[in-house]
Design a protein around this ligand. Structure first.
Ligand SMILES: Nc1ncnc2c1ncn2[C@@H]1O[C@H](COP(=O)(O)OP(=O)(O)OP(=O)(O)O)[C@@H](O)[C@H]1O
Length: 226
């Protein structure tokens, strides 16, 4: 369970999120809203990448301000820009790097890496230089490198922006089937229609919090697109 209590955040003197209280327990939660409304900041608060200026964020009782490392072990984060996340020369090495602190031997690591690469259709690319992948392949790699650590929660900040139709559908299906709790930030409204809970962020506040199709309608109305 993720909790936000009276959370506000500002960058310098620029307020971005104001007085947010949330309990996030559902298995599938999406966050939608206009550019600059504060969605990424909200997502980054959930694993302590951003610590709130005031208020408290906790994951299973662990405070992101005090217990950041423990929170990040539970909450995996997939960035919009996969280059921000790829750290090793080859695809296989990059995924294996995520396992460095898991206490596995070389054989176990190799098995976990092979499994996750196969799941993401990257099996044939294990020895390929990661920086030579296409944008979409990099996005799949970034997702694989987080999921291989088997976090309890997966926060994805627009993970399908670079993907073609087939890979976007594949990622959507994969996210839908994951046993983990998923928090998905996206501009692809069709992805969230069947989400059990969707937060609409508007100018740093939660303008709507409810089922997917109703949330999309509210968002459209909010921006005058309905
Ligand atoms: N590190 C930062 N330093 C200063 N300002 C920032 C920083 N990150 C974001 N902002 C500002 O905070 C506001 C909210 O940004 P955020 O990235 O959370 O919005 P978003 O809803 O995810 O937008 P988008 O849909 O465009 O990705 C914006 O005005 C942005 O310019």
């Amino acid at each position: 369970m993720i909790r936000l209590d009276a959370v506000s955040h500002r960058y310098g003197d620029h307020p971005v999120l104001a007085d947010i209280d949330l309990e996030l327990g559902e298995r599938r939660i999406a966050v939608i809203g206009a550019n600059g409304s504060g969605k990424s900041t909200l997502a980054r608060l959930l694993n302590g990448l951003v610590v709130p200026t005031s208020g408290r964020v906790s994951v299973d009782g662990l405070d992101t301000r005090r217990d950041g490392a423990a929170v990040r072990r539970r909450v995996g984060f997939v960035f919009t820009d996969p280059d921000a996340q790829i750290v090793m020369p080859t695809v296989g090495e990059d995924v294996e790097f995520s396992l460095r602190r898991q206490g596995l031997d070389a054989g176990q690591r190799a098995e976990r890496v092979a499994d996750v690469l196969a799941r993401f259709g990257l099996a044939g690319l294990a020895d390929r230089p990661a920086h030579l992948l296409s944008g979409g392949q990099k996005q799949l790699l970034a997702l694989a490198a987080v999921l291989v650590t088997e976090p309890d929660v997966l926060v994805c900040d627009e993970p399908t922006t670079l993907l073609d139709l087939r890979n976007a559908a594949r990622i959507a299906a994969m996210l839908a089937a994951l046993p983990q709790q998923v928090v998905l930030v996206t501009h692809q409204l069709d992805l969230v229609l069947d989400y059990e809970r969707v937060l609409v962020v508007d100018e740093g506040r939660i303008a709507y919090d409810g089922a997917g199709s109703e949330a999309v309608e509210r968002y459209r109305a909010l921006v005058g697109a309905s």
